[in-house]
Write a protein that binds this ligand. Structure first.
Ligand SMILES: N[C@@H](CCC(=O)N[C@@H](CS)C(=O)NCC(=O)O)C(=O)O
Length: 224
């Protein structure tokens, strides 16, 4: 089967899909769209994905356009190395953490980093409304880090001994936060988002563990 993933470099949701294929050892091709040129808003792309979002996956005539839907599809299509577990209990646990990372980690990360990393806004003045909002977003993100650090007390991956869909959802978010810390150090420091690698040693070890898995290097954003 030939698999083509349409994506934007560094966008977390398509990155999930690349990681899913990678964890399973399934080959895929990529088609990078330039968000700065609105290539994902073109008429041609709209035919594939009327929501004009990434990812979209084409697989032998099948077109899929939701990252979690695509992970669920690939788990049935390629049942080896399941992403959503084998037993009912495993599936329940993995879906729960997957959706928590999708709903809470993703939201906290977006709220904090869109102004800083995407809109390139300066550090807001101390006491300003914007500064208070960014501080609240930073606190939300750190609460999600606390949660993940606790989860990782239970095993090398978020849902235990084996890599799962939950790791595919969380990893891109955590890597983008690291990117923000490297590129916007002063801004992140001002909000108290500092030294995450020493404050959260289990998350740091997990991140390195995922990065060391075969094929993960190929999933990294091409513009980084
Ligand atoms: N529910 C969809 C959401 C896809 C989505 O919003 N992707 C973002 C990138 S991470 C996107 O395409 N943003 C561009 C835009 O909305 O213009 C999924 O999980 O695949």
């Amino acid at each position: 089967m030939s698999i083509l993933v349409h994506l934007v470099s560094g966008a977390p949701r398509p990155w999930r899909v690349l990681l899913g294929f990678t964890f399973k050892g399934v080959d895929y091709d990529t088609h990078y769209l330039e968000a700065s040129k609105s290539e994902h808003k073109s008429d041609g792309y709209a035919k594939l994905n009327p929501r004009l979002t990434v990812p979209t996956v084409e697989a032998d005539g099948m077109i899929l356009r939701d990252s979690i839907g695509i992970l669920a599809w690939m788990d049935r299509r390629y049942p080896d190395k399941p992403l959503f577990g084998k037993t009912a209990d495993e599936a329940g646990r993995i879906w729960q953490v997957t959706m928590e990372c999708n709903d809470y980690l993703r939201a906290a990360m977006g709220k904090l980093l869109v102004p800083i990393l995407v809109k390139n806004e300066p550090i807001p003045a101390e006491g300003s409304g914007e500064r208070i909002l960014q501080q609240l977003a930073a606190n939300e993100l750190l609460a999600e880090y606390d949660y993940l650090e606790n989860l990782l007390a239970g095993g090398p991956y978020l849902c235990g001994a084996k890599v799962s869909a939950a790791d595919a959802i969380a990893f891109p978010e955590i890597r983008v936060v690291q990117r923000a810390m490297e590129r916007k150090t002063e801004h992140m420091d001002a909000l108290g988002v500092t030294e995450l690698s020493t404050r959260y040693p289990k998350i740091e070890a997990w991140k390195n563990r995922i990065e060391a898995l075969p094929g993960v290097e190929k999933t990294m954003p091409i513009h980084w």
